[in-house]
Design a protein around this ligand. Structure first.
Ligand code: ATP
Ligand code: MG
Length: 559
């Protein structure tokens, strides 16, 4: 079967098409290979969407393989979170869950195979000696004094390394390739090192561990991966990847292809830096809603669909570039605008008393659940004599262009009545504490009155007696500069001190009591909000996912 070539395909999919058309492969196998040393971030999402997406499109399969060759930094907590995040993104590895550590025995055997063929040797040099012996781009390296050790001695020493006779760093196993090779990765790279540390899966079975380069391609080959897709920083490692495949009795020949990594402005993406933010308590954890981690953006209320759409929009290339975070945010708005139910919520409440409204009366007004989905119908919203409105929706000395509530003016209270403000009540310090208003019974449901009067604004409100008290957390960008980790400064200097504002006394439409943890809704006129994992029936907590519009675009000076 030939696969039709489409003009909109990225270069990787074009290569796959060619390989299928030329019958080089009869199926497509990819893999996503995280190291379990941190939580996944939005950059990983790009790789996940690519690898699992290709498997779906080509009716192939994508393996999840944990690249767990570095016991000191890895943990099962990370393994579990990574699985959860991939599932949440909408992908599944089926039966194909693998761990590089499952191949340790095979890799050891293959290291012995290299020694037996005169292609690896045990080196006693310190890491400093090896570094200076490697040379640089201008100068060839110099051979290690141990490079020509007899084969038998190498085999014996490597066995004793495995048996635990030596301390960390005392010996390494190196591939014997070419100390003058123009690619520094080919100058006798280390392939095994001694690490006396328990591994989260193999326990204390091993005290020698294979290096990433000696593990990755062989694992791909053992799993019959056809296309091994990785980010550009591995381009220089490709000759080594190929060298191992050529020099070992591997069962298949995968091909490594590199693409440019995702980078976003106003954030950092390196796991080391994210770990530092967590460990030094700059954020509340890996899943803090300001973090660019998958678990953070999930908690923030970003839908998985929006992440997948975003990855599709930015595409796959070989060019390094930084994407604007507002592009991600607009993907989020697009999905939520279509899907999120609407509710009214007052974040900074100001009390309103409707003096001509009967004291004990309550009316239930119909409000549309989602104008994008009329089939969902309406919800009931209670209205009574005492209400809350947003402090920002009232101004005492209002300029001409202020169309919301002010003394002597009338506005529409959404789906309820037209309300006129008559009097302002203040405390001893002169702060406005309450508004005395009247309503026009002829505007029931928010309809225009028969006399043809006009209002210029509609505002939202919540009935005081019925309101649900809640805490609302407003998030902003974690960093206040576009590229916090570029240049000489420490990225921590660019943390945005206003990235979290907590509003402890929000008043919500009572229907919001039924919204489940993790669900994202629209607070009308304010933005999208999601029920936080710390929320409970007694004390609800909502996170602001994203505002209705891009407020940063407006705030930025025009260039
Ligand atoms: P970091 O450099 O932040 O420590 P990493 O690249 O070492 O991350 P891994 O767990 O090794 O993290 O990554 C797993 C896979 O995800 C790799 O194939 C890697 O190329 C890919 N990946 C990591 N970061 C990005 C990114 N920003 N964009 C696209 N793919 C990425
Ligand atoms: Mg890595």
């Amino acid at each position: 079967m030939t696969t039709p070539r489409s003009a909109s395909k990225d270069f990787i999919r074009e290569i796959i098409d060619e390989d299928l058309n030329s019958a080089k492969h009869d199926g497509t196998v990819t893999r996503f290979p995280p190291e379990p040393n941190g939580y996944l971030h939005i950059g990983h999402a790009k790789s996940i969407c690519l690898n699992f997406g290709i498997a779906q499109e080509y009716d192939g399969r994508c393996h999840l393989r944990f690249d767990d060759t570095n016991p000191a930094k890895e943990d099962t907590e990370y393994v579990d979170s990574i699985k959860e995040d991939i599932h949440w993104l909408g992908f599944d590895w089926g039966d194909h869950l693998y761990f590089a550590s499952d191949y340790f025995e095979k890799l050891f055997e293959w290291a012995v195979h290299l020694i037996e063929n005169g292609k690896a040797y045990v080196d006693d040099q310190s890491s400093d000696e090896m570094r200076s012996g490697r040379g640089d781009l201008q100068n060839p390296g110099t051979d290690s004094p141990f490079r020509n050790r007899p084969l038998k001695e190498n085999l014996d020493l490597f066995d004793r390394m495995r048996a635990g006779e030596f301390k960390d760093g005392e010996k390494v196993l190196r591939a014997k390739i070419d100390m003058a090779h123009p690619n520094l990765n080919m100058r006798d790279p280390v392939i095994y090192r001694i690490v006396h540390t328990e591994h989260h899966r193999t326990g204390d079975t091993w005290c020698i561990y294979p290096m990433y380069d000696f593990t990755h391609g062989q694992s791909d080959a053992l799993e019959y991966v056809t296309h091994s897709l990785c980010t550009l920083e591995f381009e220089n490692h490709r000759p080594l990847y190929e060298w191992f495949l050529e020099n070992l009795p591997v069962p298949s020949r995968p091909r490594q292809i590199e693409f440019s990594r995702l980078s976003l402005n106003y954030t950092v993406m390196s796991k080391r830096k994210l770990l530092q933010l967590v460990e030094e308590n700059y954020v509340s954890g890996w899943n803090d809603p300001r973090m660019p981690t998958i678990s953070g953006i999930r908690r923030r209320g970003y839908p998985a669909e929006a992440i997948r759409n975003f990855c599709k929009t930015i595409g796959i290339t070989k060019f390094k570039s930084t994407n604007d975070i507002s592009l991600l945010e607009s993907s989020v708005r697009e999905v939520l605008n279509a899907d999120a139910s609407r509710f009214m919520a007052v974040l900074k409440p100001l009390k309103v008393v409707i003096t001509n409204y009967p004291e004990d009366q309550v009316e239930q007004f119909d409000a549309v659940i989602n104008p994008e989905k009329p089939e969902l119908g309406t919800r009931k919203v209670p209205f009574s004599r005492e209400l809350f409105i947003e402090q920002d929706d009232f101004m005492e000395d209002a300029p001409k262009k202020f169309f919301r509530l002010t003394v002597g003016k009338e506005v529409r209270f959404r789906c309820a009545y037209w309300i006129r403000c008559n009097e302002v009540i203040k405390d001893d310090d002169g702060n406005v504490t309450e508004l005395r208003c009247t309503y026009d019974p002829e505007t029931r449901g928010g309809e225009n009155p028969p006399d043809g009067r006009k209002v210029k604004a509609t505002i939202h409100w919540v009935s005081a007696d019925h309101a649900l008290d809640a805490e609302v957390r407003l998030y902003d960008r974690l960093f206040n500069t576009e590229s916090p980790d570029s240049g000489d400064s420490n990225f921590l200097e660019h943390l945005n001190s206003d990235s979290l504002e907590i509003l402890p006394a929000a008043k919500l439409e009572p229907n919001l009591a039924d919204v489940a943890v993790g669900e994202t809704v629209q607070f009308e006129r304010l933005g999208y909000f999601c029920v936080d994992i710390e929320s409970s029936d007694e004390s609800p907590v909502f996170n602001r996912t994203v505002g209705l519009r891009d407020s940063w675009a407006k705030a930025k000076p025009k260039s």
